[in-house]
Design a protein around this ligand. Structure first.
Ligand code: SF4
Length: 392
């Protein structure tokens, strides 16, 4: 009998299992039987995964070509640290003085990696500048990085995302510069549209800042806007989530990523959790059901991942209007092609021909990243040479 929707599945990337079954040519009925018998998965979670895999499949097949990779550039600075964040970002007041040295080091990594991948016949499929909050840097600083990327990786890539997660960091100079350089996907992440919650979780912006940032992006030719929301934030109830959803839908983002609050070990929440009241698991499931039902009216789910301490045993789901799915997110979750991570706290995945992989992370601390730059470059070369063969 199924009493947990995900059954015995503990992994964070359940769609990988379905893709393996699709690789073997299994159809819906055969795959469902395996997931129910071996993993005790509910029909509803299987159907969600199956539908996601149908959307992902063309990306998975295309991006599995051995000459393709995705590039991730990590900018580990944020204006402040969010309550739930375990990401290794530095607040600008804490380590912002290192940003000049960080940018110089990153430009060196970009140039070296561009030369290496060209020699190995590798081409970028997608490029993603994340963090942290890349727009914590000035438009001029970010432009130096983007120009270095276009020089180091001269072949065209299909998708170019920049995260501007904190709307208060985004200026019209950022927006104009990104449009000029071909950025075609930008993330502005409200998480909630309630000021009291934003204050509680340590984000130094208002709901109005979100609306202003979206309006600025809509003035230029950036095709896809992604917006993140979190279900299960401290103090929020179903009515509040519904209100945030309503406001977000009015802004008509092409992508919406619906997260569920997760009690991450390295987060500030974990240190001070007694000060916060989280909704009950049942309430979180109810809010999540409401939010997914609203999103299903205009969007389709296109990628999914789980986290160990996620409330209600739920999952994070990326939604997209058809034709606007983010190839980088699919590549990152389904692990079918290399992710080369540059910058602070960036993860790299080197994928072998049998789709086993080697994970590597750049140091989280900018000071250590600066010290270990040469070693990172060497390890990258060793991993890629091992997979692509020696240089001629
Ligand atoms: S904006 Fe993102 S990376 Fe920065 S502190 Fe908040 S959750 Fe972490």
């Amino acid at each position: 009998m199924i009493n947990k929707p995900w059954g015995t599945l503990a992994g964070v990337r359940p769609a990988k299992l379905i893709h393996r079954l699709l690789d073997q040519g299994l159809d819906y009925t055969a795959a469902l039987r395996i997931m129910q018998e071996q993993r005790k998965m509910s029909q509803s979670k299987f159907d969600l995964l199956w539908n996601i895999c149908q959307v992902e499949r063309p990306f998975v097949v295309e991006s599995s070509q051995p000459h393709l990779f995705s590039l991730y550039v990590g900018i580990p600075f944020c204006p402040t640290r969010c309550l739930y964040c375990s990401f290794p970002s530095h607040s600008l007041t804490e380590l912002g003085k290192l940003r000049g040295q960080f940018i110089d080091a990153l430009l060196q990594e970009i140039a070296e990696t561009g030369a290496l991948t060209q020699r190995l016949g590798l081409q970028p499929y997608t490029v993603y500048i994340g963090g942290g909050t890349p727009t914590s840097l000035t438009a001029e600083e970010l432009e130096r990085i983007i120009m270095a990327l276009t020089i180091a990786f001269p072949s065209r890539w299909r998708e170019f995302t920049v995260e501007a997660g904190r709307p208060d960091t985004l200026t019209s100079a950022h927006v104009d510069m990104m449009a000029k350089h071909g950025v075609n996907r930008v993330c502005v992440n409200p998480q909630t549209m309630h000021q009291q919650t934003l204050d509680l979780i340590g984000r130094r912006h208002s709901p109005e800042d979100i609306i202003t940032a979206v309006a600025a992006i809509r003035q230029v030719n950036i095709k896809v806007l992604n917006m993140d929301l979190i279900v299960g934030l401290p103090g929020e109830d179903s009515k509040m989530v519904e209100e945030s959803m309503r406001q977000l839908i009015t802004l008509a983002p092409e992508n919406v990523t619906l997260h569920v609050f997760s009690r991450k070990r390295a987060s500030r929440y974990n240190e001070v959790q007694a000060d916060f009241t989280l909704p009950s698991p049942a309430a979180v499931v109810e809010m999540h059901n409401m939010a997914t039902a609203v999103l299903a009216q205009q969007y389709r789910p296109y990628y999914l991942y789980r986290q160990r301490e996620i409330l209600g045993g739920l999952e994070n789901i990326g939604y997209a209007m058809p034709g606007t799915e983010c190839g980088y997110n699919i590549a990152m979750i389904e692990e079918r092609h290399h992710i080369i991570g540059l910058g602070g706290g960036a993860s790299s995945k080197y994928i072998r021909p049998d789709f086993t992989l080697k994970n590597m992370s750049s140091p989280k601390d900018v000071r250590i990243y600066l010290q270990r730059l040469d070693e990172l470059s060497k390890r990258r070369e060793v991993e890629l040479l091992a997979i692509r063969g020696p240089l001629s």
